[in-house]
Every structure is written in structure tokens, then in C-alpha cells.
Design a protein around this ligand. Structure first.
Ligand SMILES: NC(=O)c1ccc[n+]([C@@H]2O[C@H](COP(=O)([O-])OP(=O)(O)OC[C@H]3O[C@@H](n4cnc5c(N)ncnc54)[C@H](O)[C@@H]3O)[C@@H](O)[C@H]2O)c1
Length: 434
């Protein structure tokens, strides 16, 4: 097959490489010429994806994979187009921002040939392929969905860093606007993916047709929103446990020892591109989903709750020096998308504190570019808040922060013995402050 993959990002590039590895002719399209140049040289544009460097150079050398900025060179006569351009959400209004997706759709629709299979893999609100993109493609291309081309939704469920392994491990969910479209999508994915055998699934691992694009859109939103809601519950349990002096972590471990309980871990913030975003895409279709909305609000409010506790314990934070440990949204990744560092710093500043930030993965200049002030080692500190569970934070303690009067650990990563003599609160541990 001749396949076009639109967006050579952290998901699109490994996908293109996977398709090429199965012997197909693949052209990647990206608006960023620097990315396109690197792909054409067989050099990975970003680090951290297992096996990508080797497989990319092999497939480029073999002539099976190339990239371009030119839709006109990639789209005509493609058997299939796979779109993985990101969709954003407005952090204030919670509304989806379709700017990049619309631009990509308009760009390929101009060059679409008859009989092309068009597959969206970007996580979308329910109804987007049928209600927004199929009509847009029809209008621009003059072609008709179901007759001249098929539009499909198939969510990408992999985690960056282990894309190739996850592509084999998880069933490939598909949903079309017609059975004919879904059948073509099944044939397509069976030709570009391999699947691990799994005996823990209700049906064999492979391509699973969910019967409609909407069901397939919802499946991705459901599996991710589930996690946000679950963490929201864990966070409410943790805050309650703290008020009444119970260690919630022991409670969760005990509850989960029975097979019907799967309570997640509490934490100061749910960050990253996915989990804090997808519940809001879900809510854009189902605004009355009170459980989803409450969990999202509960998770977003933990930094403020913890800063308010610090303020109570220290009297006031006005004029105090606070250090936030961790800019990354989670351990081991250099990524600050929707990171808890931002609301934590904002809550500290709103309470009158001066907030600086430390992260072993970021230089002072990099923090400054994010609008954050770097902590200077050895600087006088009143309050420490742990925002990321970097393993380094198990080793830091009171001696690293001269004058420190309180540490609040939002990730349960610090070691008690390093903080002897300093009041230390660990979210959910329910231990009274000395
Ligand atoms: N990153 C993840 O962990 C992950 C996991 C599962 C699913 N996804 C899905 O994949 C989507 C893409 O994520 P990503 O991490 O690959 O993004 P990314 O930020 O790594 O890459 C996005 C790419 O899109 C390109 N682009 C922007 N506008 C374009 C256009 N009009 N035409 C062509 N290219 C364009 C950019 O130049 C960039 O290279 C997400 O929105 C999400 O729905 C991501």
C-alpha cells in the first residue's frame, strides 16, 4: 500500500515507521521543515522512543519511508491516510481547539483521490469524524463519504517511549461511518500491525470493530476519563484521610486486595497531554456528566488545597520563600504540558509567597522560558512543596533548604529521615504535623 501519515510527532513518526516496516510505501507529512529534514536523513527528531532510531534509519535507507511538507506530494493516490495532528483544549473554557486539526484536514482534502481510506487517530470528542471532518472533506474535495472515500476513527492508545510494544499489545479499536468503511479499516490495520497473543481479553487481540466512529471515539475518552475520575476519588479520600488522621495509602492497598476495587494513587496534580485533557473533550459532548466534571475540578484543586494548608500551618505565606520541587508533570519525562508546577506556583503567589522551582531535568534558562524562576541551591527557604516524584527527591532533606519550616510532599516520594525536625506532610498519609 501507499500510506500517508499526517504529523511526524511522537506518535505519527513511530506509526509511519511501523507501517514501513511491514513493507508498505509511507510518506510522512509535517508542517515543520526541520522535522521533515531529520526524518529524511533517518535521524529521530526527538529522543526517548524505544527502537525508533534504528527502525527509522533502516526504513529510510530501504526507500520505504520519506517525509515532506507538501501535501500535494503525499496525498494523491494514497490507499490510506492516517491523521495524528494534536487537538488541544482551551484551559480556561474547556472547549476543544480544532485549529491544527482543521488546517490538516483542509490541506489533505484539497488533494484527496477517490477510494482513499481516511483514518483519524487523534483523540476526538464523540461525533467529530461524522459531524465535523467528513462534511469538511466532502466540501473541499468534492468527493462523497461512503462512496468515494471512507472516514474512520481509530484511537491511538500507546504510550510514548514504548509505542512499538504497545501497538502489538493492545487491540486496535476502529469505527466507521459505514460497514464498508470499517471493513476496509480492518483490512488496513491487519496489514500494518502485528498483535501479541493475549489470553486475558474477552476476544482475540487484533482489530476490534466497535460498530461506529462514535463508539470508537468514546472508547478512548472513556478509558482515559476513567483514570481521571478514579484519581479524583483517590484525592478526595486522601484529603479526608488527612483531616481525620488515617493513612489513605494503607487503606487503598487494603481495598485493592479485593478484585473489584482498583483505586488509583492520589497526587497533587494530574498532568500531561492526555488525562487532564480528554475528560474535557468528553464533557464537550456530554456537559451534564457531573461525575466527570467534579473529578476534573477536584484534581485541579489539590495544589490550592495544599497551599491553603501550608498557609494555615505557617500563619501566612506573605513574603515567604517557597520552593516547588519538580516542573515535569511526572517522573522521568521532560514534559511540562498541563504540569502541576503551574497551578502550584500560581497558588503560592496568590497567597503572597515568592515561588522558585527546581527540577533535575531543567536548567534555569529552560525554567525561565516556561515563566518559572529557578531555585538557587542553598537559598533561604521557608516552605518546600514536592510536585513531581523524581527519584532524586527521596534524597533531599532539610539540610538542603536552610531555614525550612514545612515540607508538603504531594507525591509521597520524600524520606522521613531526611526531614527530621521539620514538619512534613505527605498527601494522604494522615500524619499529624509535629
Ligand atoms: N503523546 C502521547 O503520549 C499520545 C498517546 C496516545 C495518543 N496520542 C494522540 O496523538 C496526538 C498527537 O500527539 P503527538 O504526541 O504525536 O504530538 P506532537 O506534538 O509530538 O507532534 C505533533 C506534530 O504535528 C505537526 N503538525 C501540526 N500541524 C500540522 C499540520 N497542519 N499538518 C501536518 N503536521 C502538523 C507538528 O509539526 C508536530 O510535528 C495527540 O493529540 C493524541 O490525540 C498521543
Amino acid at each position: 500500500m501507499r500510506i500517508a501519515v499526517i504529523a511526524m510527532g511522537k506518535i505519527g513518526l513511530p506509526l509511519a515507521v511501523q507501517f514501513a516496516s511491514k513493507g508498505h510505501e509511507v510518506i510522512g507529512v509535517d508542517v515543520n521543515p526541520a522535522t521533515v529534514d531529520l526524518v529524511n536523513q533517518g535521524v529521530e527528531p526527538f529522543p526517548g522512543e524505544a527502537d525508533l532510531g534504528r527502525l527509522l534509519s533502516e526504513n529510510v535507507e530501504a526507500g520505504r519511508l520519506r517525509a515532506t511538507t507538501d501535501y500535494a506530494a503525499a496525498i494523491p493516490n494514497a490507499d490510506a491516510i492516517v491523521i495524528v495532528v494534536p487537538l488541544f483544549v482551551n484551559d480556561e473554557t474547556w472547549e476543544p481547539d480544532f485549529t491544527w486539526m482543521d488546517a490538516a484536514t483542509a490541506s489533505f482534502a484539497e488533494h484527496l483521490s477517490k477510494d482513499t481510506l481516511v483514518i483519524y487517530e487523534t483523540t476526538l470528542p464523540v461525533g467529530t469524524v461524522r459531524g465535523r471532518f467528513a462534511p469538511m472533506i466532502e466540501e473541499i474535495s468534492g468527493l462523497t463519504e461512503g462512496r468515494d472515500f471512507h472516514a474512520i476513527f481509530s484511537p491511538e492508545r500507546v504510550l510514548t517511549g514504548r509505542v512499538f510494544a504497545d501497538l502489538r499489545k493492545y487491540p486496535k479499536l476502529i469505527g466507521g461511518l459505514s460497514q464498508a468503511g470499517a471493513d476496509r479499516a480492518r483490512t488496513f490495520y491487519e496489514a500494518v500491525l502485528d498483535f501479541d497473543e493475549r489470553d486475558d481479553l474477552p476476544r482475540p487481540n487484533g482489530v476490534w470493530d466497535l460498530g461506529s466512529a462514535e463508539a470508537s471515539e468514546m472508547a478512548k475518552l472513556a478509558e482515559t476519563t476513567y483514570r481521571d475520575v478514579n484519581i479524583g476519588l483517590a484525592n478526595q479520600f486522601a484529603l479526608y484521610a488527612d483531616r481525620v488522621g488515617i493513612n489513605v495509602h494503607a487503606v487503598i492497598e487494603a481495598s485493592n486486595s479485593q478484585p473489584y476495587s482498583h483505586i488509583h494513587r492520589p497526587g497533587i496534580f494530574v498532568g500531561g497531554h492526555c488525562i487532564p485533557v480528554y475528560p474535557r473533550l468528553y464533557l464537550s459532548g456530554d456537559p451534564d456528566a457531573t461525575v466527570v466534571r467534579s473529578a476534573r475540578l477536584a484534581n485541579a484543586s489539590v495544589p490550592e488545597v495544599l497551599v491553603a494548608r501550608a498557609s494555615d500551618l505557617l500563619g501566612s505565606l506573605a513574603g515567604l520563600n517557597a520552593v516547588v520541587l519538580g516542573a515535569s508533570y511526572r517522573t522521568g519525562v521532560k514534559e511540562t504540558a498541563f504540569s502541576g508546577v503551574f497551578p502550584t506556583v500560581a497558588a503560592l503567589e496568590a497567597a503572597g509567597a515568592k515561588a522558585t522551582v527546581h527540577d533535575p531535568l531543567y536548567s534555569a534558562e529552560e525554567l525561565a522560558k516556561l515563566g518559572l524562576v529557578a531555585h538557587v541551591e542553598g537559598a533561604a527557604t521557608d516552605l518546600v512543596i514536592v510536585q513531581t516524584d523524581h527519584p532524586e527527591y527521596a534524597e533531599v532533606g532539610a539540610s538542603d533548604f536552610p531555614g525550612v519550616r514545612l515540607v508538603i510532599d504531594g507525591r509521597r516520594v520524600t524520606s522521613a529521615e531526611k526531614w527530621t525536625g521539620t514538619p512534613r506532610i505527605v498527601l494522604g498519609e494522615g500524619v499529624a504535623t509535629p
